[in-house]
Each structure stands twice: as C-alpha cells, then as structure tokens.
Design a protein around this ligand. Structure first.
Ligand SMILES: C[S@@+](CC[C@H](N)C(=O)[O-])C[C@H]1O[C@@H](n2cnc3c(N)ncnc32)[C@H](O)[C@@H]1O
Ligand SMILES: [Zn+2]
Length: 175
C-alpha cells in the first residue's frame, strides 16, 4: 500500500491471468482469456481507499465502482480491468481482503471465454451498494444486498471458502 499525492492510501492493480474486457446484458464485464483453476489468483484490485463519507450520494448503480474493504473503508476505481468485474449470485470467483492487498481468487474452474464474477454481498455490510440483480443464474436472489441478508446456507458457503472479511465475520459470530 502506498500514499498518493493526495495523501490517500492507494492500492496498485495487478493482473495474474489473461483476461479480456467484454460486453454482457448489463454493460461491460471481464472474461477469462485462458482456463483458470479453482484457487488461483486472478487479479489484485487497485484504487484509492476512502471512507463512507466520501462515497457518491445518492447511490447510482451504474456509477458504482467502489468495493467495501473495511468497516468504513471503500476501494475506489483503478481505471483498469478490476473496475468491470460484475456480480453474480452464483459466482466463479471471490474477493479476499488481506492487510495490503485485495485479491480476486477463482472458487471454481473457469473456462476460457467465461465471464468472471463474484458475489458483491460478501464484502457488503451497509445498504450503500444495493441494486437489482440481473445475473440470470438459477440461484439469483433478485437483489444484491448486504452479507447478513444472504440466506444462511449461502453465508456458510462463503465462510467455509474463507472469503468473508473480518469486519463482517465479527458481526455474525453466532453462525
Ligand atoms: C463495478 S461495476 C461493473 C462493471 C459495469 N457492468 C460497467 O459496465 O461499468 C458495478 C455495476 O455494474 C452493474 N452490475 C454488476 N453486476 C450486475 C448484475 N449481476 N446485475 C445487474 N447489474 C450488475 C451494476 O450497475 C453495478 O453497480
Ligand atoms: Zn443474481
């Protein structure tokens, strides 16, 4: 993590797999340009770290390039591919938040040409960022909401995959 000229903490983006920007029914998306095995690191997210007070209000889903990475911390856009990874209720990747990096990890085998998605809810514990989902999967919940709003078996699945950040785990210790 480095400080930008504005004094904000800044994460550097990084690509670890061959990826391609493409189009889907709800805008741009990121697609695999090679096969990716479950567990492999796909990319590191970059951007400036900001607090919730600096988020744009009112919320507009089409302008949402912010990823919650802490209790009151959000990672802004990087201007690179990581800005375009879409949400799915049945995703093939997941976010892992470390001390100095925010990684996207494959959680199933991803074939060349597949769209890469993660479940946005896994990092969300505020209402900012809720929108209507159009992922089209059989498991679609209709809305993207906070982690605690996910059905318990789905919460459990992500906890077992170790992709639920500590600021959310701290609130749901009873599961
Ligand atoms: C980080 S951007 C992803 C890139 C975006 N598709 C684009 O073209 O710029 C997040 C926004 O994409 C849209 N989006 C992502 N996943 C979606 C989904 N499953 N259903 C509907 N819209 C989605 C929403 O507007 C969301 O706020
Ligand atoms: Zn969905």
């Amino acid at each position: 993590m480095v400080k930008s000229i504005h004094g904000k903490l800044q994460l550097k983006p990084g690509l670890f797999k061959n990826l391609q920007l493409g189009q889907c029914s709800f805008g741009k998306g990121v697609f695999a340009a090679e096969d990716i095995r479950s567990g492999e690191k796909i990319m590191e997210f970059g951007g400036s770290i900001i607090s919730s007070a600096e988020l744009p209000y009112p919320y507009e889903a089409e302008k949402d390039y912010f990823l919650q990475v802490g209790q009151d911390l959000y990672l802004g856009p990087s201007g690179t591919l990581d800005d375009y990874v879409n949400h799915s209720c049945n995703p093939n990747s997941a976010i892992r938040i470390n001390k100095n990096t925010v990684e996207l990890i494959a959680i199933s085998f991803i074939r060349f040409g597949d769209q890469i998605t993660f479940n946005y809810a896994t990092t969300m514990n505020s209402n900012w960022g809720e929108f209507e989902c159009a992922c089209g999967s059989n498991e679609c919940l209709g809305m993207v909401k906070k982690f605690v709003d996910l059905p318990e078996p789905i919460q459990k699945k992500y906890i077992e995959l170790k992709v639920v950040p500590n600021y959310i785990l701290a609130k749901i210790k009873n599961i």
